[in-house]
Design a protein around this ligand. Structure first.
Ligand code: NBP
Length: 479
């Protein structure tokens, strides 16, 4: 027993994570994979790592010092359950099983409960950053018990990305909290990507600039308040020329966006929690819309606006788009953090939202300076009800809202779909509205279903006798 940490599952993520662990002072890493070939290949390719290979779960358990700590990096779903079952058989109370895969958080809650009954700790840890991050430093979002964090914390801190001297890992909360937060991270990533794509589309169709010219615009934006990994890679993608055709690569790539399901999970969860994450939802739906070529082929016959879209002042328009992008981004993140807040309340987690924003500053896909502003906002007020109302963001929205409206108007008139820009603006106008037409909806609900309503001027629950003499009566509260 000489390894302090083990990795089960040596595909691309697991082997990179194992190498990352092995490269840090103080770690000796046991490795195991279901099929032997991956283990043999890893050992042969990286003798410097000093891995301790195991070829059965028994050997793997025997090679770990106590409390045994193992990170599972296998396909999410049944494979993860299979590995957990096998580890539970060879581990002992006090040991720690970490699932670093992309598990759906209700699965993590279920697994944690089942494993805890054996006395073994189970930790669902969201790991973001892809293969590169796993090797050089990911952003890590662990859930699980306080007891497991004592052993696991220092190990995870040793391999996480570092932002301004701080490791991008924090004990997010109990049981499924880590995978929940990772899920929302991915949802926000969807929204951020869609917003950037809409900005590109508007600039291209409004100004006629080439992808390479728009790459310069994004590179310029990356020096300001929009600075982020996603803006940076957008410039790189737009600059890329296809070797075969000599065209911009973006013009050769089929315009049907794929998805692995984390965006949909984020939206489904938000729907059950009653949290409007419209930016994430529109981004997820935009991918769905793009991926129905048969519908798009028939719908292409439907008319658009008569006039050609050409902006008068390209530079002014680009600046408007930049401000609209920043404002929409603020709303998308505000909605995402709202979902984490609501999830924490629903599932009984204590989640420090400022700490979450900090561990996203490096290692993960949405990494950006911007996240420091979110941390500042929650440091100033931990129970901030709407992130977008924090002074820095409110100020940016105040400065940017006129441009934001001009861009949404231009997009609408030009017939350019901008679901994320426009839904973010609609959310902004909705959340700040003094009075909403929800009053009328309540009236309608009371009319057809006697669902009752409350009044602005007195306590109680009321119903109008719509099918009778239409007088109002006090009623039982039926919502
Ligand atoms: P895969 O998701 O492709 O999984 C392959 C691994 O799962 C192999 O080691 C395979 O073993 C093992 N496995 C399977 Br499949 N069924 C098994 C079973 N019944 N028992 C034991 N092992 C089994 O690997 P990956 O792309 O490295 O991703 C690993 C995890 O990390 C996933 O949950 C993924 O969602 C997550 N993740 C991936 C990324 C990324 O960028 N790829 C980023 C963040 C998180 P075998 O060799 O014997 O077939």
């Amino acid at each position: 027993a000489s390894a302090n940490i083990g990795v089960v599952g040596l595909a691309v993520m697991g082997s990179n994570l194992a190498r990352n662990l092995a490269s840090r002072e103080g770690n000796t890493v046991a490795v195991f994979n279901r099929s032997r070939s991956k283990t043999d290949e890893l050992i042969a390719a990286h003798p410097e790592a000093g891995f301790i290979p195991a070829f059965s779960y028994e050997e793997f358990a025997a090679s770990l010092s106590k409390p045994r700590t193992a990170i599972i990096m296998v396909k999410a779903g049944r494979p993860t359950d299979a590995v957990i079952d096998s580890l539970v058989e060879v581990f002992e109370p006090g040991d720690i099983i970490v699932d670093g895969g992309n598990a759906y958080f209700p699965d993590t809650i279920r697994r944690e409960k089942a494993v805890r009954e054996t006395g073994i700790n189970f930790v669902g840890a969201g790991i973001s950053g892809g293969e590169e991050g796993a090797l050089t430093g990911p952003s890590i979002m662990p859930g699980g018990s306080d007891e497991s964090w004592i052993t696991l914390g220092p190990i995870l801190k040793s391999i996480a990305a570092v932002a301004e001297g701080e490791p991008c890992v924090t004990h997010v909360g109990h049981d499924g909290a880590g995978h929940f937060v990772k899920m929302v991270h991915n949802g926000i990533e969807y929204a951020d990507m869609q917003l950037i794509a809409e900005a590109y589309d508007l600039i291209r169709r409004g100004t006629g600039k080439t992808p390479a010219e728009i790459a310069d615009v994004f590179a310029e934006w990356n020096t300001g308040e929009l600075e982020s990994y996603l803006i940076e890679i957008t410039a790189e993608v737009l600059r890329q020329i296809d070797a075969e055709t000599g065209k911009p690569l973006v013009d050769v790539i089929l315009d049907q966006a794929g998805a692995k399901g984390t965006g949909a999970w984020t939206v489904q969860t938000a729907l059950s929690l009653g949290v409007p994450v419209s930016g994430i939802a529109e981004a997820t739906f935009a991918r769905s819309l793009s991926s129905h070529p048969e519908q798009r082929a028939v719908a292409a016959a439907l008319p658009g606006p008569d006039e050609e879209f050409q902006v008068a002042d390209a530079d002014a328009f680009i600046e408007d788009v930049r401000q609209a992008l920043f404002a929409s981004k603020i709303i998308a993140y505000s909605q995402g953090f709202d979902e984490i807040r609501a999830g924490a309340a629903e599932y009984g987690w204590t989640i420090d939202l400022g700490a979450v924003s900090k561990i996203w500053r490096a290692g993960c896909i949405i990494r950006a300076q911007f996240l420091n502003r979110i941390a500042d906002a929650y440091a100033a007020q931990t129970d901030l009800p709407v992130l977008a109302t924090a002074p820095y963001f409110a100020d940016a929205l105040t400065r940017g809202q006129a441009a934001w409206r001009r861009v949404v108007i231009a997009a609408t008139q030009a017939g350019i779909p901008s679901p994320a820009f426009s839904s973010s603006l609609a959310y902004y106008d909705g959340i700040r509205a003094e009075r909403l037409p929800a009053a009328l909806v309540q009236g309608q609900r009371d009319f057809f279903g006697a669902h009752t309503y409350k009044r602005i001027d007195k306590e109680g629950t009321f119903h109008t006798q719509w099918s009778g003499d239409r007088t109002e009566i006090e009623a039982e509260d039926t919502h």
